[in-house]
Ligand binder design. Structure first.
Ligand code: ATP
Ligand code: MG
Length: 262
């Protein structure tokens, strides 16, 4: 069975895609079978692993609203050793069509169930909105990973997301947990970042990952090469941080037999 993690935050540019791509790569470096699912019309996760979003034969849109099989859309990524369910701007149409489908909130869950036996982890990269696509992700997921920039408005957005998660848990998916809050683009020299970080630890002591993702230029450069950071620059602080995050997650889930590929 696979464990499904939605990487979600309705706030834009907080590091969702960077986290989804690099967590997928890190878990796969730890010998887990991983599927990265792009649910965003921007197709950033798709491009970030080197797949041309303009030439997709079958995409997440077809799986969600045309009953295409997930297996037909999934691409294995060769040397990256994990798989991708890709997306592009067609997802905008999926978002609208899903609103009219009676079982529209369950489309992703149903599609992923068909391939669940092939993966240990599925990582869902959500768009920056509490939209039908994000809802689909939260219905399908076991856990939500919330990347956050430690800045003034971060906590405000968190409460809206928290309300949505609570509602989904009550009505549709009682399994759904907050997997963890991840501090991203962290700059320890910034007083505000430190204050917000301290607030997070105070209010959600069990939910904040101990791993902090630093601001690191290699993380911003890697997608333009179509590579996760641990392939682009394995020694960078960004690569080390995402490997540490995967390690922390595996320790929480299964006591983690951490076997790094050499
Ligand atoms: P959107 O809401 O648009 O989907 P997002 O939440 O997925 O955005 P990303 O695309 O991951 O956010 O990151 C936003 C920008 O910040 C990107 O240019 C990315 O390369 C850069 N970035 C993300 N994390 C870091 C980091 N730790 N250090 C430096 N740059 C980063
Ligand atoms: Mg994104």
């Amino acid at each position: 069975m696979s464990y499904i993690i939605a990487v979600a935050n309705q706030k834009g540019g907080v590091g969702k895609t960077t986290t989804a791509v690099n967590l997928a790569a890190s878990l796969s470096a730890m010998r887990r079978k991983v599927l990265l699912v792009d649910l965003d019309a921007q197709g950033n996760a798709t491009m970030g692993v080197g797949v041309d979003k303009a030439s997709l034969k079958v995409s997440a849109r077809d799986v969600l609203v045309e009953a295409a099989r997930a297996a037909d859309a999934i691409q294995s990524l060769g040397e990256l050793k994990f798989s991708l369910l890709p997306a592009n701007s067609d997802m905008t149409e999926a978002e609208i069509k899903l609103r009219d489908q009676p079982a529209g909130d369950f489309a992703l869950k149903t599609a992923l169930a068909d391939v669940a036996d092939q993966f240990d982890y599925m990582i869902l990269d959500c768009p920056p909105a509490l939209s039908k696509l994000t809802l689909n992700a939260l219905v399908a997921a076991d856990g939500v990973l919330i990347p956050m920039q430690c800045e003034y408005y971060a906590l405000e957005g968190l409460s809206a997301l928290h309300d949505t998660i609570r509602k989904i848990r009550r009505v549709i998916n009682p399994r759904l947990e907050i997997e963890g809050l991840l501090r991203t683009m962290f700059d320890p020299r910034n007083n505000l970042s430190n204050d917000v970080s301290a607030q997070l630890l105070l209010h959600f002591p069990d939910k904040v990952y101990r791993t902090v993702i630093p601001r690191n230029v290699r993380l911003a450069e890697a997608p333009s090469h179509g590579l996760p950071v641990m392939v682009y620059d394995a020694q960078s602080s960004g690569a080390r941080a995402y490997l540490a995050l995967a390690g922390e997650m595996l320790r929480r889930h299964d006591g983690g037999q951490l076997q790094l590929d050499s």
